[in-house]
Design a protein around this ligand. Structure first.
Ligand SMILES: *Cc1c(COP(=O)(O)O)cnc(C)c1O
Length: 485
């Protein structure tokens, strides 16, 4: 059962004179008061509550929402894995958390060392020689990568190149990034097995090509087994291969993108290397690349000489600065902690377990849901709720009904090439018992969909907020509490 709505909100608990903190008597001289016209005439309507009230209030709120510390969160492509608490211990260290971004680098050697060493780890994981940690999200990493590719072509006097190829299974950020970078999208239809056919790539390339962006394993969770051939076709046409490496969960320690022929990629460290990232952030999308693109990386690059770390700003061909200061430093620190805590063998175990878990669901959910691309999957699997939809309960209704059982829904309606898509990514951090419980719940929901679909159309029933009008919720959001004083 979900928690019921709290009986009272914080403002309603307010009682005149109740206090959570007692401020010490001021020992500094009183400042000049603000001019009268700038001062408020009445007290601000703040809640007057005890510390206990506040703690209970926020604790209650945290449990009204779904989160990965509460139960299963199989949101495909988003990699909602358990976030180890050692990450929080490390980032809570005041030497990191309170370091001012303007601290001279000679007094910030520890932070620079963390960033430098994380860069080295990401290079080893991806097989590339160069890295920037600046981009603050995956989409921002994509833009960085495309700008590097474009700048290379321009720098080589080749200004006509505008085309970027993506498969029709691409994540929505890919075409958006291509447009933002001032390029044109060329979309390829995926083959019957869900992967890109090299012959289609051959037909699409010409001397206008900037490069190709592709996710591997792709968004169906299937490995692009022709990737080396595809890379060769793109390279022969003078283009670059960009890997959308938002999720590296299937590759760690097993293979690496440089070996597949990629030239540049981003990594969502908030997905693969664990940072709480619901609600849109914060994240970090480091970009790794081959030597040919290195001169164009954003300034500054962190370098090390005789055990001293410093910023290298002298980079005449750089695309410039991408993000303030060090990027999202504490997200990067969490990623570094996660990598060190797991070690090389541990990271390989992460990927093997993620793949095993997804395939376990692939096999056992097939009795209830259609699997349009039935090949062995990697870290995620995409089902179709077509049969249930034809009976009147769509993927959205199934997703909403799952909430009644205290689990988060999978990603629905993505990738776009699957009807009534349900994209499930269990991650490596779930036990067999949790997966079995999920399979059992999905079976029960499928039965409901086939016997009483109208019941699902009003789900959820047990959550603090019931079925929303999603169009109105996004067009006319009402997210503000106003005190009625
Ligand atoms: C999450 C994701 C992105 C975008 O990453 P953000 O950090 O949300 O900008 C891009 N591509 C794929 C495949 C993703 O899963």
């Amino acid at each position: 059962m979900q928690n019921p709505m709290p009986e009272k909100l914080l403002y309603e608990l307010s009682a005149h004179g109740r206090r959570g903190v007692r401020l010490p008597v001021s020992d500094v001289p009183a400042a000049q008061p603000l001019p009268k016209k700038l001062r408020r005439q009445t007290d601000a309507p703040l809640p007057e509550v005890s510390e206990n009230d506040v703690i209970r209030h926020f604790h209650r709120l945290s449990n009204l929402n779904h989160h990965v510390d509460r139960d299963f969160y199989p949101l495909g492509s988003c990699t909602m894995k358990y976030n180890p608490k050692i990450n929080e211990q490390v980032v809570g260290n005041a030497n990191f958390a309170e370091l001012h971004p303007y601290t001279p680098t000679r007094y910030a050697q520890g932070a620079l060392e963390v960033l430098y060493e994380l860069g080295e780890q990401l290079k080893a994981i991806t097989g590339f020689n160069a890295v920037t940690l600046q981009p603050p999200a995956g989409a921002s990493g994509e833009l960085t990568g495309l700008m590097l590719m474009k700048k290379y072509h321009e720098d080589h006097g080749d200004r006509k190149r505008k085309k970027v190829i993506i498969p029709d299974s691409a994540h929505g950020t890919n075409p958006a990034t291509i447009k933002l970078a001032g390029c044109d999208v060329v979309e390829l239809k995926s083959g019957d097995d869900g992967t890109v056919d090299p012959e289609e790539v051959r037909k699409a390339v010409d001397d206008q090509l900037v490069g190709m962006m592709i996710t591997n394993p792709n968004t169906l969770g299937i490995f692009e087994s022709n990737i080396q051939e595809i890379s060769k076709i793109v390279h022969d046409a003078g283009g670059f291969m960009y890997m959308d490496g938002a999720n590296l969960n299937a590759l760690l320690g097993i293979t690496y993108p440089a070996k597949m022929g990629f030239d540049v990629m981003h990594i969502n460290v908030h997905k693969t290397f664990s940072t709480p990232h619901g609600g849109g952030g914060p994240g970090a999308g480091p970009v790794c690349c081959v030597d040919a693109l290195e001169p164009y990386l954003p300034t500054p690059i962190i370098r090390k000489e005789e055990d001293v770390f410093f910023h290298d700003w002298v980079r005449p061909k750089s695309i410039g600065k991408l993000q303030g200061f060090y990027g999202n430093f504490l997200v990067l620190l969490r990623a570094y902690t996660y990598i060190l805590a797991n070690g090389k063998d541990g990271l390989e175990d992460v990927s093997r377990a993620a793949i095993t878990n997804a395939n376990y669901l692939r096999i056992l959910l097939q009795k209830d849901f259609a699997l349009p691309f039935p090949d062995r999957c990697l870290h995620e699997v995409v089902f179709s709720a077509d049969k249930q939809a034809k009976n009147g309960a769509r993927a959205l209704d199934i997703a909403k009904r799952l909430l009644d059982f205290g689990m988060h829904a999978p990603t629905v309606y993505f990738p776009l090439i699957v009807h009534e898509a349900m994209m499930i990514e269990p991650t490596e951090t779930e036990t067999k018992e949790t997966l079995d419980r999920f399979i059992e719940i999905m079976h029960k929901i499928s039965e409901e969909a086939m016997t009483k679909p109208e019941f699902l159309r009003d789900a959820p029933y047990n959550t603090p907020v019931k079925r929303l009008d999603e169009a109105a919720a996004s067009r006319k959001p009402n997210v503000r509490w106003t005190a009625k004083s």
